[in-house]
Write a protein that binds this ligand. Sequence first.
Ligand code: C2O
Ligand code: CU
Length: 468
Amino acid sequence: MKDMTLTRRRLLAGMAAGAAMPALPRTLGATAAAMPVLRTEELSARLLPPEYPETRLWSYAGRSPGPELRLAQGARLRRRLENRLPAATTVHWHGIRIDNAMDGVPGLTQDAVPPGARFDYDFALPDAGTYWYHAHEKSYEQVARGLYGPLIVEEPDPPEVDREEVLVLDDWRVDPATGQLAANFEMPHDRSHAGRIGNYITTNGAQTLELAARRHERLRLRLVNASNARIFRLGLMGLEGWLMALDGMPLETPAPLTATLTLAPAQRADLIIDVIAEPGGEAFLVRQERDGGYAQAVFAVAGQAGAARRDAPGALPPNPVTALKAPGTARRLMLHMEGGAMGGMQGAMLNGRAADMREIAGANQFWAFNGMVGMPDAPLAELDRGEEVRVAIRNDTAFPHAMHVHGHHFREIGADGARGPWRDTLLVDRGETREIGFVADNPGDWLFHCHMLAHAASGMMTWFRVTG
Ligand code: C2O
Ligand code: CU
């Protein structure tokens, strides 16, 4: 990493200060709720540097990222969604192996909650780890507007660290003329290419998050990629440590962080890091881009937390995920991904009948799973509760896709049969076929979709049913 150009990210070139926007009235309202309230509301936030006006966002509880929800493993999360937005919404609790009725998928597990209405979420948290919550109605728009927040489930016996930082990464697409979010959330070009990629990157809403640290301090970093489509590639400078968990689930053995960490949309990573930079110096979480490294977060190092580095941490305790059985017994499914720009798809089923690519594009749709554009009436599979399934995901498109399974975690099954870490979102690069396996132990109807949210909205969405 030594020869990397490390510059603090400036605002994108050519951004000119725009006219100030009228202040947005904040909706206020009293509630006599038996449950803690999670209110969605509009927000005018200081997102950009001071020469720009405040940016109008959508928020949970007047903040973006929304408030950190932190509970103990095994506890129940109870929140009354009060929707004060001008649009219907739902909350999806990403990565939680949740009661299906609480999964927050409009049209599948609940109706979208109209403006002024409410919905009570109440469910158990079976697994410790780093999760997040986000809107699932028009998520390509609502997540881009800022409707997401971190959800932390604590281990009963957490690892020994000096402190913990939750870092929620996002990229925003800002119109340089106005300082407001670019208004077209349904651009055909985004949908057919890499999705809505932003031009202003933040951590916890700050362009370069600045944190204090001491030499030899041990931190747990919980990273969440809340962006619509950006794949973050991250490295460390002045910090050394271990990858402890992915998508909430502990690795069997902590993995030393030597190579770049790839964090696709919706993925999370738990790190334990030691500050090795000298007092008076700086350490960095580095974002690697084609033209070099950028500071995603800066740690100003002052003082010492100890005389020397500590021993390597042991693994986090495993979560109670149902183990895979012997190979050979599993039900085998195929998910064939096609379409998009430069994908060569000729046609597919659209709304129940065959359509050619021109007609599909005319409907602002671009992608197909197994020859079907968008959410099919029939599930990809009906699985008996407890049945083991293997899904071969074949990416026949020109883009990578972050495939997310609701309600379950899965393991990747390598060509040699080796089993990868438990995850809920898998990045499948173009041209790749990757196999995942899991035991369908959570009854209900579950989405299976690309978490590049523009892709999900333009064809890359299916579902499966677990019965019994
Ligand atoms: Cu994080 Cu269906 O989503
Ligand atoms: Cu995709």
